[in-house]
Design a protein around this ligand. Structure first.
Ligand code: UDX
Ligand code: ADP
Length: 463
């Protein structure tokens, strides 16, 4: 079976870039990305390709090449479903904010809506691919809905979790460590797996395309994220110990990272991990383990989240403590708001929680981020629902210019590791700040000694 028409439901950080790369690498396949959100689709179609809604290095060039050729963005979900032979489901699956499993389980409302819509509209056989991260065994719910509410057509379900990291999505998609495809081990299932393998094989060497049963594939995605997040929490836990022992976390990380069994990646101590995946997926893992009565397993993974929350709070407390235990009315500049560099995504960013903590102490926060809009910063704070939107607007200001953001501030907090921060004129920033001028480097990004030479008081995680 050879696929010539694909549809992807959900034009977000996963669906958008993934489909752009498939379209670029497979000019013979027509790829349509649909979303209910009209503004988002309009932005993907903006004639100025720099205005697409997801910022990723290299993405606009890929979209410019494929868009209008074999890559289309549309709000007409039904026609796209009807036309496609293979449908990726790439909608959001946030942590539930209500009812059973509140705060832990994944909210599958949007997945179910998608499944019902596909079942209602489809008039020919289709392969349905889970792209969003889903709890293990979601495929059985999907199958149930599709088969019991459909028009008698045949649906085959695959799991093909995305491992791209934001900020490096384009390179991750062009050269993935592996592509994982899970499916039924029946003859029909294998045929569907092979159809998807064939698409990726247009640019990914076959030995890097792993196939498994569907449950292993679903669970592998949660496991990969849990392992990565665990590495960050592990190094962050030791960063605190370093601060008491005069060990330096950067030196410790280098020392252990050169052990080939440990490896150098994901050993950067930070103000805490963010992003749409780590916290959500671990909470999900914890919830699933607990629902099978596996208390020790659940507690084990939950500790990764507890450590991360601690690190964010600890960073905010350090700022308060170093500013003589009061930040009331003081201007604190935030450099960075995104959850990591090279993305405009702010979901679960540590900056949000550090800001919230400081606002409880009535600080004034001045935010500069090269890619995050004022609207987004305020939406993030309003979403927390810890104070009124009016209060958020009174206490938080965003700036287009980092030098203006830092002017007359008592302290600067580095929340995101944007490269441009390293090349600022730090002497000029120092001259325009209130003294003593403090820097709290939540990313171990800046040259501490050079800043101290200028006159800054510098505090960095784990040293
Ligand atoms: C992650 C997974 O890496 C990816 O495979 C999966 O598909 C989705 O979730 P992402 O959330 O985009 O990707 O970014 P990632 O690079 O994993 O970083 C997550 C968070 O951990 C960021 O806030 C980052 O700043 C932080 N981090 C990462 C550290 O604090 N230290 C590190 O050493 C690495
Ligand atoms: P991710 O990081 O997983 O890509 P996003 O929130 O960036 O998550 O993107 C998910 C997208 O899915 C959103 O743009 C949302 O509007 C879209 N979406 C959710 N449910 C549906 C649906 N039933 N039909 C079409 N689009 C949907």
């Amino acid at each position: 079976m050879s696929i010539s028409k694909i549809c992807c439901i959900g034009a977000g950080y996963v669906g958008g870039p993934t489909m752009a790369i498939i379209a670029k690498q497979c000019p013979h396949i027509r790829v349509t990305v649909v979303d209910l959100n009209e503004a988002r689709i309009a932005a993907w179609n903006d004639p100025d390709v720099e205005k697409i809604p997801v910022y990723e290095p290299g993405l606009s060039a890929v979209v410019a090449e494929a868009r209008g050729r074999n890559l289309f963005f549309s709000t007409d979900v039904e026609s796209a479903i009807e036309d496609a032979e293979l449908i990726f489901i790439s909608v959001n699956t946030p942590t539930k904010t209500y009812g059973a499993g509140k705060g832990q389980a994944a909210d599958l409302k949007w997945i179910e809506l998608c499944a019902r819509q596909i079942a209602r509209v489809a008039k020919s056989d289709k392969i349905i691919v889970e792209k969003s991260t889903l709890p293990v065994r979601t495929a059985s719910a999907l199958k149930d809905i599709l088969q019991n509410t459909g028009n008698g057509v045949n649906f085959r379900i695959l799991s093909n979790p995305e491992f791209l990291a934001e900020g490096t999505a384009v390179e991750d998609l062009f050269e993935p460590d592996r592509v994982l495809i899970g499916g039924d081990q029946s003859e029909e299932g294998r045929e569907a797996i092979e159809a998807l393998v064939e698409i990726y094989a247009n640019w990914v060497p076959r030995e890097r395309i792993l196939t498994t049963n569907i449950w292993s594939s679903e669970l592998s995605k949660l496991t990969a994220n849990a392992y990565l997040a665990q590495r960050v929490s592990s190094i962050n836990s030791l960063s605190e110990l370093c601060e008491y022992t005069e060990a330096d976390i950067n030196e410790v990380a280098r020392a252990i990272g050169t052990d080939s069994r440990i490896g150098p990646k994901f050993l950067k101590a930070s103000v805490g991990f963010g992003g749409s995946c780590f916290q959500k997926d671990i909470l999900n893992l914890v919830y699933i383990a607990r629902s099978y009565g596996l208390t020790e397993v659940a507690d084990y993974w939950e500790q990764v989240i507890i450590m991360n929350d601690h690190q964010k709070r600890r960073f905010a407390n350090k700022i308060i403590q170093k500013l003589y235990n009061t930040v009331n009315g003081k201007k604190i500049a935030f450099l960075g708001w995104a959850f990591k560099k090279d993305t405009n995504d702010t979901r679960e960013s540590a900056a949000i929680y550090v800001a919230d903590h400081l606002l409880h102490e009535q600080a004034n926060i001045a935010v500069y981020d090269p890619k995050v809009t004022e609207q987004q910063v305020l939406t993030d704070m309003d979403y927390l629902d810890t104070r009124s939107p009016e209060e958020n607007r009174k206490l938080i200001k965003t700036y287009q210019d980092p030098y203006e953001a830092c002017k007359d501030a008592h302290a600067i907090a580095i929340l995101t590791e944007w490269d441009e921060f390293k090349s600022y004129d730090w002497k000029r920033i120092y001259d325009n700040m209130l003294k003593p001028a403090n820097i709290f480097d939540g990313r171990n990004l800046l040259d501490k000694a050079a800043l101290q030479q200028i006159g800054f008081k510098v505090w960095a995680i784990g040293s």
